[in-house]
Design a binder for this molecule. Structure first.
Ligand SMILES: *Cc1c(COP(=O)(O)O)cnc(C)c1O
Length: 498
């Protein structure tokens, strides 16, 4: 399988190259050249375990690539990468268990090392990068540079910690990150990791990182890369769990082979939900993909009107991982809908005017596959309370956004097909908001975590047990204007920690 830029089909790379580069040279994102013939063997799905499903998806999308050349078949090589990524990292073998809640299913994607769904992709991406480096004979050291408002940073640190030939620098804003998320990051002790807070907000950290990509003079033998969801290597692992949920519904006799299943996805950068669309293109019988947003509802408006307009107020909400005005991966959907030339044109308009408008036939095409909805913080909190009281199921704020949108959508459309709601974070990762929703008092975030466990009796995930006592390994703060100098110094240093 070759990969093309969303903005210019003539830019063609191998999967290994696409994974190592992250972003195409024209600013576009890499896409599989074609989904024709990329068929998941549905007849075997019900018998397959989670790792087998992942390895099947990987071997289909990276077919023929150097990355999967080895002693065994491509599937066997893919299975090795998947095993290295997942064995012993998740709370149980199954990285995406389903829970029945009322008449729907919640797919819990948060049982990994940092309690957010990004673990599923960020445990596997380092394996792809390692394999791609070996395959292409690249000897350069790769420095992963990431700005984070929380979840991406800790998941990326966990995935890349102590991986050979790769180093990772994470910047996070001093303001606007939770105490649990901060401690998760600064307690990572990998010798190849560097975590640094920035005086400012998330936008300052993000602009600083973009500036570094543009301006940093790299020493010989060092390359920068990104762990952001623009990397195709982050999307591929996420496709697997859409198949996995379907296989489980078959085994539970909830559906028959060929029945359509809807998936409702709490969305920020559009990576998670896009993976569901890829699954559909690979033969999964998906009904509607329902894109759910918080008050930053730029995507809801887009699916309604065909106008994407980022010129609007930005809200800090209780589902902060979805607080976003530019959903990078939407570009990949545009490419599939209207081709590279139109896609490049829309992206140029977004950059110049902050806005673009799809033609009616383009929007119609997208509306056949996707629906969208949003809910505000008050509804989010109300949903956590209601779902806990009525069904005894505890969910975090991001999942609650999706559940709220699901209920409104099901009512409005009357759609009766089985539906899977994706759950993207552990309720313990956002215990403050969850405690508020349950009407309970607490004293600070770490106390909220403890009290939440006392109240619900649900076990705290291993990685969050005693989090407030974890030793701090990183303790650097820089001014936003000093980020470039800081990274410049770090990339010239051979050894970061002893
Ligand atoms: C990143 C994240 C999302 C959004 O996922 P996208 O792929 O960016 O759409 C939703 N919920 C949580 C908890 C996240 O960490």
């Amino acid at each position: 399988m070759l990969y093309l830029s969303t903005r210019n089909n003539k830019i063609e790379k191998t999967a290994s190259q696409a994974v190592l580069e992250g972003l195409a040279s024209d600013g576009g994102l890499y896409m599989p050249k074609s989904f024709a013939g990329v068929e998941f063997p549905m007849e075997n799905l019900a018998k397959m375990g989670p790792k087998e499903i992942s390895a099947t998806v990987v071997s289909l999308l990276f077919a023929g690539d150097e990355m999967l050349k080895g002693a065994g078949s491509e599937y066997e090589e893919a299975y090795k990468l998947v095993s290295k990524a997942y064995d012993g990292k998740f709370e149980n073998e199954d990285y995406a268990p389903l829970s029945k809640v009322n008449d729907a299913y919640v797919m819990e994607l948060y049982h990994g090392p940092t309690c957010a769904f990004k673990d599923v992709a960020l445990q596997l991406l380092p394996q792809f990068i390692g394999a791609a480096k070996r395959a292409t004979g690249m000897e350069d050291e790769i420095v992963i540079l990431t700005a984070t408002s929380g979840d991406t940073g800790s998941a990326a640190l966990s995935g890349f910690s102590n991986v050979d030939g790769v180093k990772i620098i994470v910047f996070y804003p001093k303001k606007g990150i939770s105490a649990v998320q901060e401690r998760q990051m600064v307690s990572v002790d990998g010798k190849n990791t560097c975590v640094c807070s920035v005086v400012g907000n998330f936008d300052d950290a993000q602009s600083g990182v973009k500036n570094i990509f543009a301006k940093l003079e790299l020493p010989k033998g060092v390359q920068l890369s990104s762990a952001n969801s623009i990397n195709i290597g982050r999307l591929v692992p996420q496709i697997a769990y859409y198949f996995k949920a379907y296989g489980e519904l078959l085994n539970k006799n909830e559906i028959k082979m060929g029945d359509k299943v809807n998936y409702v996805v709490p969305t920020g950068n559009f990576g998670d939900i896009l993976a569901g669309y890829f699954a559909k293109k690979m033969g999964l019988p998906v009904g509607k993909l329902v894109c759910s947003s918080n008050t930053n509802k730029v995507l809801t408006d887009f699916f309604e009107s065909g106008v994407y307009n980022k010129n609007r107020s930005f809200y800090i909400t209780k589902s902060p991982s979805m607080d976003i005005l530019i959903s990078s991966n939407l570009e990949r959907l545009l490419y599939l809908t209207c081709g590279d030339a139109k896609c490049a044109e829309y992206m140029a308009q977004l950059k110049e005017k902050g806005e673009y408008k799809l033609a009616k036939d383009e929007l119609d095409k997208i509306r056949q596959e996707f629906d969208a909805g949003f809910c505000d913080d008050i509804e989010t909190i109300g949903t956590i309370e209601k779902v806990y009281n009525e069904y005894g199921y505890l969910m975090d704020t991001h999942t609650a956004v999706a559940w709220n949108v699901y209920e409104k959508w099901a009512e409005e459309t009357g759609n009766k097909d089985k539906t899977v709601v994706l759950s993207t974070a552990s309720p313990y990762k956002f215990s403050n908001s969850v405690m508020k929703a349950l009407g309970k008092s607490y004293n600070g975030e770490f106390d909220a975590l403890k009290k939440l466990q006392e109240y619900t009796g649900a076990p705290v995930p291993n990685s969050l047990v005693n989090i407030e006592n974890k030793a701090v390994f990183h303790n650097v703060t820089v001014e936003k204007d000093d980020m470039l100098d800081f990274v410049s110094e770090m990339v010239n240093k051979k050894i970061w920690h002893n």
